[in-house]
Design a binder for this molecule. Structure first.
Ligand code: NDP
Length: 304
């Protein structure tokens, strides 16, 4: 007979572990389940807007939060959760894992983050792993001393460009519109960095090359062809609709999980926190993810 948890947290990112800290401190028997540790936070080169840390790498922050959580007695299971089955009649939930095992729990907190957005242009999948990548901190060192491009114009793209400028020979930031939407703090750093060239009005048409990537073809009329060894696609993330819709949870027109003021979803007993929800004005930050997880756990403790 499986043991029953008070709370199963699905997702191993910042919201998940924050939920774990609060749950353990409230005395809930808690498990955190996911296939990859750290979520988007672990991939962030530098975080400079989390109070108390002037600058910290995403991985170090995640490891600190994980250590704090585990010290409080929370269990971790490294496995993908395929589905959350609702028992009905308020008797809890069964989490179906990819290894065929199940976990039973009274309440669920979904901190499932988002899926990486893709460009969906010719050559993107062909050159994936052969020059095209989606993670600067994971793959940057393979391009040491080389010429690379970063695609996107938000905080992810700008911080990736800054990170790569320390490793690579040159970095071209390809922005599809005529403006960046990153924090001004990062834009200032970008402007001061001589290794980075920003190219506006540069939408991506296709990737070409031989064995590996050689050229990025853009919509820019002055510089339509960018010759680089690496292309880092950093164009944001989108919610995982397939997973939430299969559980029967209501999402908005973009696939974000709709939650109430207690972070409870349309399915009683299933709560959600972090980037995948419509909470906090969809302001996807570490601070909001952590707050939402804390609010959810407090509501669970009060019997919501
Ligand atoms: P954003 O959604 O903020 O930005 C996505 C960027 O990609 C935009 O510039 C967008 O262009 C561009 N884009 C989207 N689709 C395409 C496409 N098909 N072709 C070309 N460009 C495209 O995502 P981020 O991942 O940058 O940030 C998400 C959240 O995470 C934000 O709240 C951010 O503040 C936070 N974050 C903070 C970091 C930090 O402080 N260290 C690091 C990373 C993220 P357009 O503007 O034209 O739509």
């Amino acid at each position: 007979m499986n043991e029953t948890y008070d709370l199963a947290i699905v997702g191993m990112g910042f919201a998940g572990y924050t939920g774990g800290i609060y749950a353990a401190r409230y005395g809930l028997k808690t498990v955190i389940i996911g296939d990859v540790f750290g979520g988007q936070t672990a991939e962030a080169h530098i975080i400079g807007n989390y109070p108390g840390f002037e600058e910290i790498t995403g991985m170090e922050l995640m490891q600190r939060v994980q250590a704090q959580t585990l010290k409080l007695g929370v269990t971790e299971i490294y496995e993908r959760v395929n589905h959350v089955k609702v028992h009905g009649n308020d008797t809890g939930f069964e989490l179906e894992l990819a290894n065929g095992k199940t976990v039973t729990t009274k309440k669920v907190l979904l901190t499932i983050g988002m899926n990486r957005r893709k460009l969906n242009v010719p050559g993107e999948s062909e050159f994936y792993g052969k020059g095209v990548t989606y993670c600067a901190t994971c793959d940057g060192y393979f391009f040491k001393g080389k010429d690379v491009a970063v695609i996107g114009g938000g905080d992810s793209a700008v911080t990736a460009a800054l990170y790569l400028a320390d490793i690579c020979n040159s970095v071209q930031l390809l922005v599809r519109s005529d403006q960046l939407r990153a924090e001004q703090y990062w834009i200032n750093k970008l402007e001061q960095n001589k290794k980075i060239t920003v190219r506006f009005n540069s939408g991506i048409e296709k990737f070409t090359g031989g064995e590996t990537l050689e050229t990025i073809h853009t919509t820019n009329t002055e510089n339509p062809e960018i010759h680089v060894s690496g292309a880092f696609i950093e164009i944001g993330h989108a919610p995982n609709k397939t997973f939430t819709e299969a559980i029967g949870i209501t999402t908005d027109e973009h696939g974000f999980i709709i939650v109430d003021k207690n972070q409870q979803t349309s399915q009683k007993g299933i709560f959600a926190a972090g980037d995948s929800t419509n909470a906090s004005n969809k302001f996807a930050q570490l601070l909001t993810a952590a707050s939402e997880a804390a609010i959810a756990v407090e509501a669970i403790t009060k019997g919501e």
